[in-house]
Design a binder for this molecule. Structure first.
Ligand code: SF4
Length: 367
């Protein structure tokens, strides 16, 4: 795997910077301001995306801010330029979801992913703009999805991995009814400067416990565990070199103003004296396909690719990880060509170790 692919597998779109919540760990700098994406930005993105979608599977992920805070009418106008072959996803805090939004999801074929951190007492960081708990509103939105029979994914942030938590979370999400679950250990990035260093043994034990909970009742696609098992299986059958893509997916994030930030949505909206605003161009001036062709010329991207090469030559986990995480390098190390971060230890190294630890502890005596 070397360099950036010219065609991504999905794009992230920011229909508004606004979020109606004010979560303690949020990385977004302008979440109190309603800067909306004009329709010409979506039209410009669709001009590149529609041919890609005609050639294979392609997704647009509506992210934020809180994407539903843009309102149904505006979101529909932003979706309209995309062709029928484009799959739409929305990452939402669910607090605005009601019957009308559920009808919207059905009409526009939008797949929903809900951010919720587990049972009520695990959601103390998810608060309203007034600082009140958001949990009841989140649950109301999820209940509406279930009432309409809409399948949904869930994304949970874990602040402090501790014994028992993984089982508690998995059981909660089984009951919630999601069909896919992603688990993120909180990251130090953007305007969130809270530390994310944890005891290695505790993080490894957290992931091992999550695998054990999942194996008891594997009804949910558990994103991190499935990645790890796919890699472990490839190592065993000698195809580990094929796990990583030939080139890194550029995953362009389209900001509300049409600016394009590759690799890490978390960098969008930030500036740095060395790297400028991190953008590789603006779709209102240059077609997205052309911006991506030249994205490696963006100064920080070249530095990041040097960091990926440093990972390749120094890290035994590279074959699993691929050395991603541009924003984590920048916000933790202050530059892009470093290697290990607390984030990659939490979410790649100890994840793989946890899955292997579970396998070792449960291997049959004959093995
Ligand atoms: S685990 Fe960390 S150090 Fe290793 S390849 Fe990934 S980013 Fe690089």
């Amino acid at each position: 795997m070397r360099g950036l692919a010219a065609v991504p597998s999905y794009v992230v779109m920011q229909p508004t910077t606004l979020c109606n919540l004010d979560c303690a760990y949020c990385y977004l700098p302008f979440r109190a301001a309603d800067r909306r994406m004009p329709v010409p930005v979506a039209e410009a993105v669709a001009a590149s995306v529609n041919p890609w979608a005609a050639a294979g599977r392609f997704s647009v992920v509506w992210h934020g801010g809180e994407p539903l805070a843009a309102g149904r009418e505006h979101l529909a106008a932003l979706i309209a330029p995309f062709g029928a072959g484009v799959e739409h996803h929305v990452q939402t805090n669910a607090t605005l979801i009601d019957d009308a939004w559920c009808a919207f999801f059905v009409e526009h074929g939008v797949r929903v992913s809900v951010s919720v951190d587990g049972p009520r007492e695990r959601n103390v960081d998810r608060v309203t703009r007034g600082g009140g708990p958001a949990y009841d509103r989140i649950l109301r939105g999820v209940t509406a999805l279930r009432r309409h029979g809409l399948p949904f994914s869930a994304l949970a942030v874990v602040g402090r991995p501790e014994p028992g938590l993984a089982t508690e979370l998995y059981d909660y999400f089984l009951g919630l009814g999601c069909d896919v679950l992603g688990v993120n250990i909180e990251e130090t990035e953007g305007v969130n400067v809270r530390g994310n260093s944890h005891d290695a043994g505790q993080v490894t034990a957290f992931w091992a416990e999550l695998v054990a909970a999942w194996r008891r009742e594997p009804r949910i696609h558990l994103r991190e565990v499935e990645w790890s098992l796919r890699y472990a299986a490839a190592v065993l059958d000698g195809t580990a070199d094929d796990v990583l893509p030939r080139r890194l997916d550029p995953i362009p994030t389209i900001g509300h103003d049409g600016s394009v930030t590759v690799l890490s949505p978390e960098l969008a909206g930030f500036t740095d004296v060395r790297y400028g605003d991190f953008s590789s161009g603006n779709v209102l001036a240059t077609p997205l396909a052309e911006i991506l062709l030249h994205a490696t010329r963006t100064p920080w991207v070249g530095e990041f690719l040097a960091g990926v090469e440093a990972c390749r030559s120094s890290c035994p986990y590279f074959g699993f990880c691929g050395g991603g995480h541009a924003a984590n390098r920048y916000f933790e190390l202050g530059r892009f060509d470093g290697t290990q971060t607390a984030h990659c230890r939490n979410s790649k190294i100890h994840l793989l170790e946890g899955v292997l630890e579970h396998a070792r502890d449960h291997q049959s005596p004959a093995a």
